[in-house]
Design a protein around this ligand. Structure first.
Ligand code: ADP
Ligand code: MG
Length: 327
Protein backbone atom coordinates (compact mmCIF):
# COMPACT_ATOMS: atom_id res chain seq x y z
CA UNK A 1 0.00 0.00 0.00
CA UNK A 2 2.93 2.28 0.66
CA UNK A 3 4.10 2.18 -2.96
CA UNK A 4 0.55 2.72 -4.20
CA UNK A 5 0.33 5.71 -1.89
CA UNK A 6 3.58 7.11 -3.17
CA UNK A 7 2.39 6.74 -6.74
CA UNK A 8 -0.88 8.44 -5.86
CA UNK A 9 1.16 11.07 -4.06
CA UNK A 10 2.69 12.00 -7.39
CA UNK A 11 -0.73 13.18 -8.48
CA UNK A 12 -1.82 14.95 -5.33
CA UNK A 13 1.46 16.00 -3.77
CA UNK A 14 3.73 17.78 -6.15
CA UNK A 15 5.16 20.40 -3.83
CA UNK A 16 4.42 22.19 -0.55
CA UNK A 17 1.77 24.31 -2.26
CA UNK A 18 -0.22 21.25 -3.29
CA UNK A 19 -0.01 19.84 0.24
CA UNK A 20 -1.26 23.16 1.58
CA UNK A 21 -4.13 23.18 -0.90
CA UNK A 22 -5.35 19.73 0.14
CA UNK A 23 -5.08 20.53 3.85
CA UNK A 24 -6.82 23.88 3.46
CA UNK A 25 -9.66 22.22 1.57
CA UNK A 26 -10.04 19.66 4.33
CA UNK A 27 -10.22 22.42 6.92
CA UNK A 28 -12.87 24.27 4.94
CA UNK A 29 -14.81 21.04 4.40
CA UNK A 30 -14.78 20.62 8.19
CA UNK A 31 -16.50 23.98 8.56
CA UNK A 32 -13.51 25.87 9.93
CA UNK A 33 -13.94 29.58 10.63
CA UNK A 34 -10.30 30.13 11.49
CA UNK A 35 -7.28 28.53 9.86
CA UNK A 36 -3.67 29.00 10.92
CA UNK A 37 -0.73 27.91 8.81
CA UNK A 38 2.81 27.73 10.06
CA UNK A 39 5.41 27.13 7.42
CA UNK A 40 9.15 26.62 7.62
CA UNK A 41 11.62 26.58 4.75
CA UNK A 42 9.04 27.05 2.06
CA UNK A 43 6.90 24.25 3.48
CA UNK A 44 9.48 21.53 2.92
CA UNK A 45 10.67 21.40 6.49
CA UNK A 46 7.33 22.08 8.14
CA UNK A 47 3.78 22.74 7.16
CA UNK A 48 1.37 22.89 10.07
CA UNK A 49 -2.25 23.77 9.65
CA UNK A 50 -4.66 24.18 12.50
CA UNK A 51 -8.40 24.64 12.14
CA UNK A 52 -11.42 25.04 14.41
CA UNK A 53 -13.61 22.75 12.34
CA UNK A 54 -15.68 19.79 13.55
CA UNK A 55 -12.67 17.57 14.12
CA UNK A 56 -12.16 13.86 13.62
CA UNK A 57 -13.51 11.28 16.05
CA UNK A 58 -11.14 8.89 17.83
CA UNK A 59 -12.16 5.83 15.82
CA UNK A 60 -11.95 7.74 12.55
CA UNK A 61 -8.42 9.00 13.06
CA UNK A 62 -6.45 5.99 11.72
CA UNK A 63 -9.00 5.70 8.91
CA UNK A 64 -8.41 9.27 7.82
CA UNK A 65 -4.90 8.21 6.83
CA UNK A 66 -6.05 5.21 4.83
CA UNK A 67 -6.24 5.43 1.09
CA UNK A 68 -9.67 5.93 -0.39
CA UNK A 69 -11.08 6.56 3.04
CA UNK A 70 -13.26 9.58 2.77
CA UNK A 71 -16.07 10.63 5.05
CA UNK A 72 -17.48 12.74 2.29
CA UNK A 73 -19.37 10.38 0.01
CA UNK A 74 -21.84 7.96 1.49
CA UNK A 75 -22.70 6.47 -1.85
CA UNK A 76 -21.34 6.71 -5.32
CA UNK A 77 -24.56 8.39 -6.35
CA UNK A 78 -23.52 11.27 -4.12
CA UNK A 79 -20.74 12.04 -6.57
CA UNK A 80 -23.32 13.77 -8.70
CA UNK A 81 -24.00 16.36 -6.08
CA UNK A 82 -20.60 16.69 -4.47
CA UNK A 83 -20.40 19.99 -2.65
CA UNK A 84 -17.28 19.50 -0.62
CA UNK A 85 -13.89 20.41 -2.01
CA UNK A 86 -12.24 17.05 -1.50
CA UNK A 87 -13.87 13.73 -2.17
CA UNK A 88 -11.19 11.36 -3.38
CA UNK A 89 -10.03 10.25 0.04
CA UNK A 90 -6.36 10.07 -0.81
CA UNK A 91 -4.76 13.35 0.16
CA UNK A 92 -3.79 12.40 3.72
CA UNK A 93 -2.69 8.91 2.71
CA UNK A 94 -0.58 10.32 -0.09
CA UNK A 95 0.99 13.00 2.06
CA UNK A 96 1.80 10.54 4.83
CA UNK A 97 3.60 8.31 2.35
CA UNK A 98 6.08 11.05 1.43
CA UNK A 99 6.40 13.02 4.68
CA UNK A 100 6.20 12.68 8.44
CA UNK A 101 2.57 13.36 9.19
CA UNK A 102 0.98 13.96 12.56
CA UNK A 103 -2.76 14.39 12.91
CA UNK A 104 -4.25 15.77 16.11
CA UNK A 105 -7.94 16.33 16.50
CA UNK A 106 -10.83 16.73 18.86
CA UNK A 107 -14.55 16.70 18.22
CA UNK A 108 -17.01 18.85 20.15
CA UNK A 109 -18.49 15.90 22.06
CA UNK A 110 -15.17 14.31 22.98
CA UNK A 111 -13.61 14.96 26.37
CA UNK A 112 -10.11 14.90 24.99
CA UNK A 113 -8.07 15.11 21.84
CA UNK A 114 -6.33 12.27 20.02
CA UNK A 115 -3.32 12.02 17.83
CA UNK A 116 -2.00 9.66 15.17
CA UNK A 117 1.39 9.73 13.59
CA UNK A 118 2.33 8.18 10.29
CA UNK A 119 5.98 8.16 9.51
CA UNK A 120 7.20 5.74 6.90
CA UNK A 121 5.44 2.83 8.53
CA UNK A 122 3.09 0.35 6.98
CA UNK A 123 1.53 -0.75 10.20
CA UNK A 124 -1.66 0.57 11.60
CA UNK A 125 -0.85 3.84 13.34
CA UNK A 126 -1.60 3.93 17.05
CA UNK A 127 -3.87 6.55 18.53
CA UNK A 128 -2.53 8.51 21.49
CA UNK A 129 -4.20 11.03 23.78
CA UNK A 130 -3.21 14.64 23.17
CA UNK A 131 -4.07 18.21 24.14
CA UNK A 132 -5.96 20.17 21.50
CA UNK A 133 -9.08 22.35 21.33
CA UNK A 134 -12.02 21.31 19.12
CA UNK A 135 -10.71 21.15 15.59
CA UNK A 136 -7.76 19.62 13.83
CA UNK A 137 -4.04 20.18 13.43
CA UNK A 138 -2.20 18.48 10.62
CA UNK A 139 1.54 18.67 10.82
CA UNK A 140 3.64 17.68 7.84
CA UNK A 141 7.39 17.53 8.28
CA UNK A 142 10.27 16.82 5.91
CA UNK A 143 8.36 16.60 2.67
CA UNK A 144 9.84 14.00 0.28
CA UNK A 145 12.43 12.92 2.89
CA UNK A 146 12.05 9.37 1.57
CA UNK A 147 11.69 10.18 -2.12
CA UNK A 148 14.89 12.07 -2.98
CA UNK A 149 14.08 12.07 -6.70
CA UNK A 150 10.92 14.02 -6.03
CA UNK A 151 12.72 16.32 -3.66
CA UNK A 152 15.18 17.26 -6.37
CA UNK A 153 12.38 18.79 -8.39
CA UNK A 154 11.62 21.34 -5.71
CA UNK A 155 12.71 24.88 -6.43
CA UNK A 156 14.21 27.41 -4.05
CA UNK A 157 12.65 28.06 -0.67
CA UNK A 158 11.36 31.41 -1.92
CA UNK A 159 9.72 29.95 -5.02
CA UNK A 160 8.07 27.16 -3.08
CA UNK A 161 6.81 29.59 -0.47
CA UNK A 162 5.52 32.01 -3.13
CA UNK A 163 3.44 29.21 -4.61
CA UNK A 164 2.14 28.20 -1.23
CA UNK A 165 1.27 31.78 -0.43
CA UNK A 166 -0.61 32.01 -3.70
CA UNK A 167 -2.71 28.98 -2.73
CA UNK A 168 -3.61 30.67 0.55
CA UNK A 169 -4.32 33.96 -1.23
CA UNK A 170 -6.73 32.30 -3.65
CA UNK A 171 -8.63 30.66 -0.83
CA UNK A 172 -8.65 33.77 1.30
CA UNK A 173 -10.14 35.65 -1.65
CA UNK A 174 -12.85 33.01 -1.92
CA UNK A 175 -13.75 32.83 1.77
CA UNK A 176 -14.09 36.22 3.41
CA UNK A 177 -16.03 34.50 6.19
CA UNK A 178 -12.96 32.54 7.32
CA UNK A 179 -9.97 33.99 9.19
CA UNK A 180 -6.60 33.02 7.72
CA UNK A 181 -3.22 33.35 9.40
CA UNK A 182 -0.03 32.50 7.60
CA UNK A 183 3.48 32.54 9.05
CA UNK A 184 6.70 31.71 7.31
CA UNK A 185 9.86 31.02 9.33
CA UNK A 186 8.21 32.75 12.28
CA UNK A 187 7.37 35.88 10.30
CA UNK A 188 3.72 36.86 9.90
CA UNK A 189 2.68 36.95 6.25
CA UNK A 190 -1.12 37.16 6.45
CA UNK A 191 -3.32 37.97 9.42
CA UNK A 192 -6.79 38.09 7.93
CA UNK A 193 -9.83 38.41 10.15
CA UNK A 194 -13.16 37.21 8.92
CA UNK A 195 -14.74 39.98 6.92
CA UNK A 196 -18.49 40.31 6.73
CA UNK A 197 -18.87 44.00 5.85
CA UNK A 198 -17.82 45.59 2.59
CA UNK A 199 -15.15 47.72 4.24
CA UNK A 200 -13.61 44.67 5.87
CA UNK A 201 -13.65 42.86 2.55
CA UNK A 202 -11.88 45.74 0.89
CA UNK A 203 -9.29 45.68 3.65
CA UNK A 204 -8.64 42.01 2.99
CA UNK A 205 -8.20 42.75 -0.71
CA UNK A 206 -5.61 45.36 0.24
CA UNK A 207 -3.82 42.90 2.54
CA UNK A 208 -3.76 40.18 -0.08
CA UNK A 209 -3.09 42.16 -3.23
CA UNK A 210 -1.51 45.32 -1.91
CA UNK A 211 -3.00 48.70 -1.07
CA UNK A 212 -1.68 49.93 -4.42
CA UNK A 213 -4.18 47.72 -6.18
CA UNK A 214 -7.07 48.84 -4.03
CA UNK A 215 -6.28 52.52 -4.62
CA UNK A 216 -6.32 52.05 -8.35
CA UNK A 217 -9.14 49.58 -8.68
CA UNK A 218 -12.76 50.20 -9.39
CA UNK A 219 -15.23 48.38 -7.16
CA UNK A 220 -18.17 46.98 -9.09
CA UNK A 221 -21.39 45.22 -8.21
CA UNK A 222 -23.96 44.64 -10.91
CA UNK A 223 -26.90 42.29 -10.96
CA UNK A 224 -29.01 41.43 -13.97
CA UNK A 225 -31.36 38.55 -14.76
CA UNK A 226 -30.13 36.38 -11.92
CA UNK A 227 -26.47 37.01 -12.71
CA UNK A 228 -24.38 39.04 -10.29
CA UNK A 229 -20.86 40.27 -10.86
CA UNK A 230 -19.00 42.02 -8.09
CA UNK A 231 -15.43 42.70 -7.14
CA UNK A 232 -12.62 45.02 -8.12
CA UNK A 233 -11.17 45.79 -11.53
CA UNK A 234 -7.74 47.36 -11.78
CA UNK A 235 -7.44 50.59 -13.72
CA UNK A 236 -4.70 50.95 -16.33
CA UNK A 237 -2.89 53.34 -14.01
CA UNK A 238 -2.24 50.41 -11.72
CA UNK A 239 1.19 48.97 -12.26
CA UNK A 240 1.54 45.51 -10.94
CA UNK A 241 4.40 44.21 -8.90
CA UNK A 242 3.00 40.74 -9.23
CA UNK A 243 3.03 38.88 -12.51
CA UNK A 244 -0.49 37.62 -12.49
CA UNK A 245 -3.26 39.32 -10.58
CA UNK A 246 -6.30 37.87 -12.22
CA UNK A 247 -8.75 36.17 -9.95
CA UNK A 248 -12.13 35.07 -11.15
CA UNK A 249 -14.53 33.10 -8.98
CA UNK A 250 -17.73 31.40 -10.05
CA UNK A 251 -20.02 30.68 -7.12
CA UNK A 252 -17.03 30.86 -4.80
CA UNK A 253 -14.70 28.62 -6.81
CA UNK A 254 -11.67 29.95 -8.58
CA UNK A 255 -11.88 29.48 -12.29
CA UNK A 256 -9.55 29.84 -15.25
CA UNK A 257 -11.88 29.68 -18.13
CA UNK A 258 -11.58 30.57 -21.81
CA UNK A 259 -14.99 32.14 -22.09
CA UNK A 260 -14.48 34.22 -18.97
CA UNK A 261 -10.98 35.25 -20.00
CA UNK A 262 -12.18 36.28 -23.41
CA UNK A 263 -15.04 38.40 -22.09
CA UNK A 264 -12.78 40.21 -19.62
CA UNK A 265 -9.96 40.86 -22.11
CA UNK A 266 -12.42 42.08 -24.71
CA UNK A 267 -14.06 44.46 -22.24
CA UNK A 268 -10.72 46.01 -21.30
CA UNK A 269 -9.57 46.23 -24.90
CA UNK A 270 -12.72 47.87 -26.15
CA UNK A 271 -12.38 50.73 -23.70
CA UNK A 272 -8.86 51.22 -24.99
CA UNK A 273 -7.19 49.70 -21.97
CA UNK A 274 -5.55 47.34 -24.41
CA UNK A 275 -1.99 46.18 -24.47
CA UNK A 276 -1.82 45.77 -20.74
CA UNK A 277 -2.52 42.77 -18.65
CA UNK A 278 -5.51 43.79 -16.57
CA UNK A 279 -5.60 43.06 -12.83
CA UNK A 280 -8.90 42.04 -11.27
CA UNK A 281 -10.69 40.13 -8.55
CA UNK A 282 -14.16 39.24 -9.73
CA UNK A 283 -16.97 37.13 -8.36
CA UNK A 284 -19.69 35.80 -10.61
CA UNK A 285 -22.73 34.43 -8.84
CA UNK A 286 -25.47 32.54 -10.58
CA UNK A 287 -27.94 29.73 -10.12
CA UNK A 288 -25.77 26.62 -9.49
CA UNK A 289 -27.96 24.69 -11.90
CA UNK A 290 -26.75 26.89 -14.72
CA UNK A 291 -23.11 26.01 -14.26
CA UNK A 292 -21.07 22.83 -13.87
CA UNK A 293 -17.95 23.51 -11.83
CA UNK A 294 -16.94 19.89 -11.43
CA UNK A 295 -15.72 19.52 -14.99
CA UNK A 296 -12.26 18.77 -13.66
CA UNK A 297 -11.18 19.00 -10.02
CA UNK A 298 -7.87 20.70 -10.71
CA UNK A 299 -8.20 22.45 -14.04
CA UNK A 300 -10.59 25.08 -12.76
CA UNK A 301 -12.73 25.06 -15.86
CA UNK A 302 -16.47 25.53 -15.82
CA UNK A 303 -19.26 24.77 -18.19
CA UNK A 304 -22.07 27.28 -18.37
CA UNK A 305 -25.45 26.12 -19.52
CA UNK A 306 -25.78 29.35 -21.48
CA UNK A 307 -22.28 30.56 -22.23
CA UNK A 308 -23.44 33.27 -24.61
CA UNK A 309 -25.53 35.02 -21.96
CA UNK A 310 -22.75 34.81 -19.37
CA UNK A 311 -20.21 36.15 -21.84
CA UNK A 312 -22.44 39.06 -22.81
CA UNK A 313 -23.18 39.88 -19.18
CA UNK A 314 -19.51 39.90 -18.22
CA UNK A 315 -18.50 41.87 -21.26
CA UNK A 316 -21.18 44.54 -21.01
CA UNK A 317 -20.88 44.95 -17.23
CA UNK A 318 -17.13 45.40 -17.31
CA UNK A 319 -17.14 47.42 -20.46
CA UNK A 320 -19.64 49.91 -19.04
CA UNK A 321 -17.95 50.16 -15.67
CA UNK A 322 -14.55 50.77 -17.23
CA UNK A 323 -15.89 53.21 -19.82
CA UNK A 324 -17.35 55.32 -16.99
CA UNK A 325 -13.94 55.97 -15.52
CA UNK A 326 -11.90 56.18 -18.69
CA UNK A 327 -9.33 58.96 -18.32
P1 ADP B 1 -11.03 13.61 1.35
O1 ADP B 1 -10.89 15.05 1.74
O2 ADP B 1 -10.96 13.42 -0.12
O3 ADP B 1 -12.17 12.92 2.01
P2 ADP B 1 -8.49 13.32 2.67
O4 ADP B 1 -7.42 12.30 2.53
O5 ADP B 1 -8.16 14.72 2.29
O6 ADP B 1 -9.72 12.82 1.82
O7 ADP B 1 -9.05 13.27 4.13
C1 ADP B 1 -9.53 12.02 4.63
C2 ADP B 1 -10.62 12.21 5.68
O8 ADP B 1 -10.05 12.75 6.87
C3 ADP B 1 -11.70 13.19 5.27
O9 ADP B 1 -12.73 12.56 4.55
C4 ADP B 1 -12.18 13.70 6.63
O10 ADP B 1 -13.14 12.81 7.16
C5 ADP B 1 -10.96 13.64 7.50
N1 ADP B 1 -10.29 14.95 7.63
C6 ADP B 1 -9.15 15.34 7.02
N2 ADP B 1 -8.80 16.58 7.38
C7 ADP B 1 -9.75 17.01 8.25
C8 ADP B 1 -9.95 18.23 9.00
N3 ADP B 1 -9.10 19.26 8.91
N4 ADP B 1 -11.05 18.29 9.80
C9 ADP B 1 -11.91 17.25 9.89
N5 ADP B 1 -11.77 16.08 9.21
C10 ADP B 1 -10.70 15.96 8.40
MG1 MG C 1 -9.28 16.22 1.21
Amino acid sequence: PRLANQIAAGEVVERPASVAKELLENALDAGATRIELDVEEGGVKLLRIRDDGHGIAHDQLPLALARHATSKIAELADLEGVQSLGFRGEALASISSVARLCLTSRTADAGEAWQVEAEGRDMQPSVQPAAHPVGTTVQVRDLFYNTPARRKFLRTEKTEFDRLQEVVRRMALARFDVAFHLRHNGRQVFALHSAAEDSARARRIGQLLGDGFLEQALPIDVERNGLRLWGWVGLPTFSRSQADMQYFYVNGRIVRDKLVGHAVRQAYRDVLYGGRHPAFVLYLELDPNLVDVNVHPTKHEVRFRDGRTVHDFLYSTLNRSLADVRP
